[in-house]
Design a protein around this ligand. Structure first.
Ligand code: F6P
Length: 323
């Protein structure tokens, strides 16, 4: 019987479990044996494998995190490490490896593919910074966690007539910040794709106060040059004020731990199934993603060498809505 392996790698993203489940059940339905690799590429190098049955992947879809564990492996960056990984896969008679993860993980998958091992990627990261897909598994949940925090902070901001600064994750990409900012009605959004000086942030807050706003929200992407830390320092050094007293919250990993939304579960299920079907059709060295609501594959070479652009018309929209 043909065998396939699946791993999750990089930062965990809500919906990874649903993708493991979809790959496992689609594989089993197609008559394949499926085994999971524990702890991402580290586990691949250590030969840490576990067979997956339909029941093994039951009851996990609604859970955040990844039942297989995840890691960032330094050893995998070396050719020696990757050679070991391929030897282990071959020793288990695996004919393909399915990699559920983001940019770094798909770069690793591409490196394995270049060394001759068949891989298929599944787009998953809360950052949504991966080319080849409109949307990645996990980003919807991460935005919703950020949004819930913003909504709650707005309540206390309003009571105290304060401004709040909320920093959200996203690595070098401002997608999560921008989406949460629009949906949360932020007065200011600070993202790496549209850098803003602390003076500008202060001016916008002052202007919001002058327009009669009773509170204000600044959503900052962690990857912006003027991240929360820098903005806090600036406001400490400029006590002249903007009309509001300011407080800051850095959400960090809280965004990764939630149960996946229905959107992420459905996306993960579709992409997981699509990845196995693509391999059964003979595709390899590709990323499975969603474009215009269709499951599509894109060569990994293209994915890892393309910088995904943020739609900046949405930034303009956030500015109009903040008035
Ligand atoms: O790539 C996902 C992500 O959560 C980023 O948003 C964040 O910058 C990074 O991972 C954090 O990595 P770690 O979990 O290794 O601290």
């Amino acid at each position: 019987m043909k065998r396939i392996a699946v791993l999750t790698s990089g930062g965990d993203a809500p919906g990874m479990n649903a993708a493991i489940r979809a790959i496992t059940r689609t594989g089993l339905e197609a008559g394949l044996d499926v085994f999971g690799v524990r702890n991402g590429y580290s586990g691949l190098i250590d030969g840490d494998f576990v067979f997956l049955s339909r029941r093994d992947v039951g009851g996990i879809m609604q859970l955040g995190g990844t039942m297989l564990g995840s890691a960032r492996s330094q050893e995998f960056y070396t050719e020696e490490g990757r050679r070991k990984a391929i030897e282990n896969l071959k020793a288990e008679d695996a004919e393909a490896l399915f990699v559920i993860g983001g940019n770094g993980s798909q770069t690793g998958a591409f490196a394995l593919y270049q060394m001759g091992f068949p891989v298929v990627g599944v787009a998953s990261t809360i950052d949504n910074d991966l080319a080849g897909t409109d949307v990645t598994i996990g980003v919807d949940t991460a935005i919703n966690v950020a949004l819930e925090a913003i909504d709650r902070l707005k309540v206390t901001a309003e009571s105290h007539r304060r401004a709040f600064l909320v920093e959200v994750m996203g690595r070098k990409c401002g997608f999560v910040a921008l989406m949460a900012g629009i949906a949360g009605g932020a007065e200011v959004v600070v993202i790496p794709e549209r850098e803003m000086s602390p003076d500008e942030v202060a001016a916008q807050l002052r202007a919001a106060h002058e327009r009669g706003k009773g509170h204000a929200m600044v959503v900052v992407a962690e990857g912006a040059h003027n991240n929360a830390q820098r903005l806090i320092e600036y406001f400490e050094q400029h006590p002249e004020g903007v009309g509001f007293k300011l407080r800051a919250t850095i959400l960090g990993h809280v965004q990764r731990g939630a149960n996946p939304t229905s959107r992420d579960r459905l996306l993960a299920t579709r992409l997981g199934e699509g990845a196995v079907r693509a391999w059964l059709r003979g595709e390899q060295g590709v990323l499975t993603g969603l474009q215009g609501n269709r499951v599509v594959t894109t060569p990994l070479e293209q994915v890892v060498n393309t910088h995904k652009q943020l739609d900046l018309s949405l930034f303009d929209l956030s500015c109009i809505m903040s008035m």
